[in-house]
Every structure is written in structure tokens, then in C-alpha cells.
Write a protein that binds this ligand. Structure first.
Ligand SMILES: Cc1ncc(COP(=O)(O)O)c(C=O)c1O
Length: 364
């Protein structure tokens, strides 16, 4: 029996970093600072530098980042917010959480917001759009911004899956009014728990985001506005400070493996490989192929010990929670046909070749 190939291997990644992570934990335990503090400051400084933005504001998770972004922009009751129908559910949830009206838009064949359709959907009440850089591939931000700016519509970028992607040298999350990231453990830069980030170039938005995530307090016991607790866990900030040093070699490895996948799969009739995955504006978060016989291939690979995943088996607009928000043919088609193959920095080229051979065998 051949060794199985899991979809992700978070344990082996952290086994490699175990000594550094343990000594970071020991250091934090000794310092006794478990909320805010220098680890959070260092993380925000490093991220602002890496992402080339004036303000990087760490928070509890990516979903909160999106919700706080909408709140900071003053979006709520009576405002319409356009969201792609194919995304992780958070993007849609936050619109409802702030009391705004959720307007779904279909996606293109890459799973990114259909910009032409988005333009047609903008009304007088449209206050914001949330483009999602799905699978780590960036939306054409120049094109999107040309439309939103001319119509006075705000942009909150959902860059949860796109940490490390840059379009014309500008980071994902740095184009919109506010950009949001997730450091959920499976992301290219993942915490050992939950964490998120908001990015903005605007001083006023930055101040408001900081107030919102800590009970509206500019200083202790002064509550300037109604906020809540969405501070990043200091332990997670410390772990992210360790892991950030490994991001670039991990990114290189992802691209190397994506190249091997492309070499073996791009000419195979019956599947569509991810477009532009080797370019800078794709961080190779997921290697998501499309094929009609998706469920059969998934089962065939599972029989050979190869785990795959589906991102996502339903368009958000087709889930019971969002029933009645319309029908989006491309989002539904993607939900039926996409399959994500194993891709992470601790996967070997040999294993990628084995996955490709199994896919070729399936088609034979
Ligand atoms: C596209 C997208 N948006 C938002 C989120 C929410 O991030 P978090 O899980 O950190 O709340 C995720 C995370 O999975 C995501 O993939």
C-alpha cells in the first residue's frame, strides 16, 4: 500500500519549527503579557513593511476584519453591498451582521467577481463592493477600481486567501479602502489558532478600526464609540512573528509544486488548470482544477490514499442561510466542478507527480 497523501500537513510544518515556536512560547510565558504588547506591535510593523502599507492592524480573525471594515466605513441599514456568490461564507455574513442589504453577483470562470455584472448591479444605494481574491488569485483591481471610484462605491478587499499575492507590485488588500486577511491555520501564513489583519492607507479608517476592535477605547476607560473585543491573541502574534520569516521560501515551494502540476496536467483533455497560478498576483494558496466528473475523480483519488478538497461545494447563494438571494449559474457550475489538489510547502515533487499520474490513470 502506497503512503497516503493528505490534503494538508500542518503537523509536519510545525514539527520543523517546533523549537522556535516553543522558545517563543516560553519567552511570552515568562514576560506575562497575554494581551496587546510588543509581539503585536512587532507583527503589525513587520506586516506593514512586507505589504508596503502605512497601517496594518491585527485583529481576532478574518471574518471580524471584514465586519469591522464595513463598520469603519459607516456601512449599515439601507446600504447595499455587492459580494461574489462564490466565496467562503464570511464575505456574505458580515454584510448581514452590519444590517446592510446583501447583493450577490456572479463570478467569472476563475471564481472571481464578474466585473461587468458588478457594474450593472450598482445602484444609488450601493455603498460598497467586497471583491474576493479566491484561491489566492487576485481580481483585476485596476479595472474594478475604475468602476467603483467613478460611482463613489467603497471597496473592502477580501484578501483572506491571498496573503503574499502582489499585482503590479501592490499587495492584495492594498487597493481597496480597507483590505482584510485571515491567518486561519490553513492559510499561506497561518497562526496556531485564529487571527486576522486589516490594511489601510487612510489614517481616519485606521484610527476607527483600532477603536472598534477594542471597545472604542482610545485609552483605558475612555469609550469614544461602541466597539467590541476583536483584539488579536498575543500568543498568536508571537507565533506569526516566528512563521513570517518562513513565508518566502514556503511561497517559492508552492510555486515550484504548482509548476510540476501544470507540466503534467495542463494538456490533459477533460480538466481545466488554474489560470495564472505562477504569476505574482496569485499566491498559489490552492491548486484548484475544474472537471465535469469531479465527484468521481475525488473518489478515485481517495481510493489511492490521495486527499482532495472542494472550495466550495455550494455557492454561498445556494446555502440554506442565504436562500432567496438569487441564482448564479457560474458560481453554481464551479461548486459542481472544482477540486483542490494537495498543495503545501511540505509536499514533495514526487508526491505531486503521483497525484498527476493518478489523474492521468483516471482519464485512461
Ligand atoms: C475568502 C475568505 N473570506 C473570509 C475568511 C474568514 O477568515 P477567518 O476564518 O479568519 O474568520 C476566509 C477564511 O477562511 C476566507 O477564505
Amino acid at each position: 500500500m502506497k503512503k497516503s497523501i493528505p490534503f494538508l500537513e500542518l503537523a509536519s510544518m510545525h514539527a520543523d519549527l517546533a523549537d522556535e515556536l516553543k522558545s517563543k512560547f516560553a519567552e511570552m510565558l515568562q514576560k506575562g503579557i497575554f494581551s496587546a504588547g510588543t509581539e503585536v506591535e512587532e507583527l503589525e510593523r513587520s506586516l506593514a513593511g512586507f505589504l508596503k502599507m502605512p497601517h496594518a492592524i491585527a485583529c481576532a480573525n478574518g471574518t471580524d476584519a471584514l465586519e469591522l471594515a464595513l463598520r469603519a466605513l459607516g456601512i449599515g441599514d439601507g446600504d447595499e453591498v455587492i459580494v461574489p456568490a462564490m466565496t467562503w461564507v464570511s464575505t456574505a455574513e458580515v454584510v448581514k451582521m452590519v444590517g446592510a442589504e446583501l447583493i450577490f453577483c456572479d463570478v467569472d470562470s476563475d471564481g472571481l467577481i464578474n466585473i461587468d455584472q458588478m457594474e450593472r448591479m450598482i445602484t444609488k444605494r450601493t455603498k460598497a463592493v467586497i471583491p474576493v481574491h479566491l484561491y489566492g488569485k487576485m481580481v483585476n483591481m485596476e479595472r474594478l477600481l475604475a468602476i467603483t471610484r467613478s460611482k463613489g462605491v467603497k471597496v473592502v478587499e477580501d484578501a483572506a486567501q491571498a496573503f503574499g499575492a502582489f499585482q503590479n507590485g501592490i499587495s492584495a488588500g492594498a487597493f481597496g479602502d480597507i483590505g482584510c486577511f485571515s491567518f486561519y491555520p490553513t492559510k499561506n501564513l497561518g497562526a496556531l489558532g485564529e487571527a486576522g489583519l486589516m490594511l489601510t492607507a487612510d489614517d481616519t479608517h485606521s484610527r476607527k478600526l483600532r477603536l472598534l476592535l477594542t471597545h472604542g477605547q482610545p485609552e483605558r476607560d475612555i469609550h469614544e464609540l461602541i466597539g467590541r473585543n476583536s483584539r488579536i491573541d498575543t500568543l498568536q502574534a508571537g507565533f506569526l512573528n516566528v512563521k513570517l520569516d518562513y513565508l518566502l521560501p514556503w511561497q517559492q515551494k508552492r510555486k515550484q509544486l504548482a509548476e510540476v502540476y501544470l507540466e503534467h496536467l495542463q494538456h490533459l483533455k477533460g480538466i481545466i488548470v488554474p489560470k495564472g497560478i505562477l504569476k505574482d498576483d496569485h499566491n498559489a494558496h490552492l491548486f484548484t482544477i475544474r472537471l465535469e466528473e469531479r465527484d468521481k475523480l475525488k473518489a478515485f483519488l481517495a481510493d489511492q490514499g490521495i486527499s482532495t478538497a472542494i472550495h466550495y461545494p455550494m455557492a454561498v447563494s445556494a446555502t440554506p442561510a442565504f436562500n432567496g438571494y438569487g441564482d448564479f449559474p457560474m458560481a453554481n457550475a464551479l461548486a459542481r466542478t472544482t477540486l483542490s489538489l494537495p498543495l503545501h510547502p511540505y509536499l514533495g515533487e514526487k508526491e505531486v507527480r503521483r497525484v498527476c499520474e493518478a489523474i492521468h490513470e483516471f482519464f485512461r
